[in-house]
Design a protein around this ligand. Sequence first.
Ligand SMILES: NC(=O)c1ccc[n+]([C@@H]2O[C@H](COP(=O)([O-])OP(=O)(O)OC[C@H]3O[C@@H](n4cnc5c(N)ncnc54)[C@H](OP(=O)(O)O)[C@@H]3O)[C@@H](O)[C@H]2O)c1
Length: 288
Amino acid sequence: MILVTGATGSIGKHLVQQLQQLQVPFKALVRDAGKGRMLGCPYVVGDFDDPESIDAALTAVDQVLLNGAGAVPTADGAEQPMVAQQKAAIDAAVRAGVAKMVKISVWRAHQGGRLAEGAHWDIEQHLKASGIEWALLQPSGFMQNFITGAGTFSDDGSLIAPAVDAPVSYIDCYDIAACAAALLTEPSGSGRSFVLTGPEALTMAEIAGQLSSALAKPVDVVGLSSDDMAARLQAQGVPAQFALDVAHLWADVGTGSLAATTPEVKNLTGREPRTFAEFLAANRAAFR
Ligand SMILES: NC(=O)c1ccc[n+]([C@@H]2O[C@H](COP(=O)([O-])OP(=O)(O)OC[C@H]3O[C@@H](n4cnc5c(N)ncnc54)[C@H](OP(=O)(O)O)[C@@H]3O)[C@@H](O)[C@H]2O)c1
């Protein structure tokens, strides 16, 4: 039995559908029963911040997809909540006798990294030391960020970002889910980390061009300096250190740090990852 955490999110929604198609036994962890019913699959209600609910959810589970919220604004110097949440879930999985855990991490996770990059690295080390069989998925930026907004759209619908000229190998969460499904249902891949990217690296101008065609209306790109980005976030009430960390991460993207592509989606699933055009075609309703 597989437990899918983060089941209502950008990756989880695809994963539950793909596991249903594969007809393997699984249950989704949801915080809200209404969202669980909407998924249309077996679910259990639980919250990473409620350890007893995680212990209960792990009953009769032998494989886990570990996924939750990304980096959130915290008081300066405070640890990202995902670190304590996911470490506790790993400890609960050890107690429950879980055999294998596949964790959604982030590309360039490293010790002392800012926001998600450092937080995921901490969790990765905890999982590696747990004794549970593990596999790590380290994706590039999500194409779904252009549906959720994720800090890239202004009020008038323009794309705003510091690194407008830097290509990024965005990946569709559909493909991340397919990689997770492969690792959860086949014996291969244990003890390995997989950097997942889309098939091409696109600049913001190229993304805007494709969005303009798909939406049949112009989408402009507004470039900001990293400092302007930090100031803008702070003006919106975001804590100063969080705003600076976001700006630094964008400055790093501006050096081309997320431009490479890898063959891992094809290696794990047997097919090429979706292009941005294919992602747009598959999500027309969301963009309307
Ligand atoms: N966005 C990117 O470009 C990107 C790139 C690389 C890696 N990542 C990583 O990918 C992961 C997913 O990020 P995302 O922003 O795309 O997430 P998301 O789609 O918003 O999904 C987050 C999921 O976690 C669940 N969740 C949140 N808090 C929880 C809690 N306390 N207990 C149980 N479940 C909880 C949410 O459930 P509810 O429906 O109840 O809220 C939701 O199902 C993050 O770890 C992020 O660092 C993101």
